[in-house]
Design a protein around this ligand. Structure first.
Ligand code: GLU
Length: 428
């Protein structure tokens, strides 16, 4: 259910302000970093298959590019808002800084529902989006990628439009491209796998082995699916998956105490992440109301769907057994609920560390595209694991040394890195 009172941008700013105050960031840097440096708001007319023309609203927001070109996905979502895109752009800046890759932060969004659009309409929307901002993005300015309800096919249409406009081949303009068309092996898996690399490290730091642990996941899109697969491969058991059902317009939790098979689950999930209810029952799932995923006696909760999913209406439902919350989604816990979780002692792996695997692999994709030489999948995933693990360890170390909540520790590192870049450039 949409919560009109929730504003992700205010959430992102409150998180930033808290740590900016703690580290004594000066006023100019604070003013500069607590809002995006550039915003593009535009309309995209699309000729629909029925002969009508529909006008869509689109946004591209560049939060900061002091450490490198702005970087971040484009979301297609019916409830998209400009403030959501602002928050997500800001989180991208911290994300790239947290894993120490030479990129800034940006995000895009279009208010639309791709479920109701044909392939042709989606292609025209992608091309229209690029036409609006073609002069303001590019390999050295701002590099888009896939996000909620966008995929490799959308990226290739966008790349093609950009290349038609600029007259040349610019594979570094966009990431998340199809493999064989400038994409990187491992990019599809990267975000979900990255989540599990950080979960593995968090468990290790508690003296626990991932083998035999249980997880409850919210979401059944790309991030959730690959997180479930790797978690299972490493010996964990997924006891519940919650997802939105577009036909019923509500969410369900699919539970199975002896473990859901991630591969099987993937087979009964459509390309927008909706699970086939009947088939889920056939493989032994019990269908329970939406918040049941939080109440599972699982060791790990992985919210990997959308923002504001854990809030004051449901935070108290979290099972006492939960030791770790791994934020696969961006901003899944709202400010007030985060305060409750912070005081509960649950170990939180904050979003911009936990789900940084996607953008890290996007960075690898750019490197490969620039060299025009592509690595084997094992090499990509090995490099990804190394990057995620060392980022986790660095943040954990700051958290221990300064007695900080993991989210604050991650902000501590990222804000310092970005503020330093901004100052070294002489901007503030
Ligand atoms: N959309 C992903 C994210 O939120 C990936 C962004 C990228 O690859 O640039 O991190």
């Amino acid at each position: 259910m949409e919560d009109k009172s929730y504003n992700p941008y205010q959430n992102a700013q409150a998180q930033f302000d808290r740590v900016a105050e703690m580290i004594g960031l000066d006023d100019a840097a604070r003013q500069f970093l607590r809002q995006p440096m550039k915003e593009y708001h535009f309309t995209i007319p699309v000729h629909m298959d029925d002969g009508s023309t529909k006008i869509f609203n689109g946004y591209r927001i560049q939060h900061n590019d002091a450490r490198g070109p702005a970087k971040g996905g484009i979301r297609f979502h019916p409830q998209e808002t400009v403030d959501t895109v602002r928050a997500l752009a800001m989180w991208m800046t911290w994300k790239c800084a947290a894993v120490d890759i030479p990129l800034g932060g940006g995000k895009g969004g279009v208010i639309c529902n791709p479920r109701d659009m044909t392939e042709g309409e989606q292609e025209r929307l992608c091309r229209g989006f690029v036409r609006r901002i073609a002069k303001d993005v590019g390999p050295f300015i701002d590099v888009p990628a896939p996000d909620v309800m966008t995929n490799a096919k959308h990226m290739l249409w966008m790349l093609d439009e950009f290349e038609q406009i600029h007259g040349g081949r610019y594979p570094g303009f966009i990431t998340g491209k199809p493999v064989g068309m400038g994409g990187s092996l491992g990019r599809t898996e990267a975000t979900g796998y990255g989540v599990i690399y950080t979960v593995r490290e968090a468990l290790k730091s508690m003296g626990l082995d991932i083998k035999g642990t249980t997880a409850s996941i919210q979401g059944s899109g790309n991030v959730a699916q690959y997180a479930a697969r790797l978690f299972q491969e490493l010996g964990g058991k997924v006891v519940s998956v919650a997802c939105w059902d577009a036909a019923d317009q509500k969410a369900y939790s699919y539970c199975k105490n002896d473990g859901l098979d991630a591969e099987m689950l993937g087979e009964i999930t459509d390309s927008y992440g909706t699970i086939d209810k009947e088939k889920a029952c056939d493989i032994g799932c019990t269908l329970t109301p939406q918040d049941a995923w939080l109440e599972q006696d699982a060791d790990i909760l992985i919210p990997a769907a959308m923002e504001n999913q854990i809030n004051m209406t449901n935070v108290h439902k979290i099972s006492k057994q939960v030791k770790i919350i791994a934020e696969g989604a961006n901003g899944p816990i709202n400010t007030e609920a985060d305060e409750v979780i912070r005081n509960s002692g649950i170990f939180v792996i904050p979003d911009f560390l936990c789900n940084a695997g996607g953008v890290t692999c996007s960075y690898f994709e750019q490197v490969q595209s620039n060299m025009n030489y592509y690595w084997e999948k094992e090499e990509v995933l090995q490099k990804l694991d190394t990057k995620m693990t060392s980022a986790f360890k660095a943040i954990k170390e700051v958290s221990e040394r300064n007695q900080l909540y993991m989210r604050d520790a991650a902000y501590f590192i990222s804000i310092n890195r970005v503020a330093q870049a901004v100052k070294m450039r002489g901007w503030v």
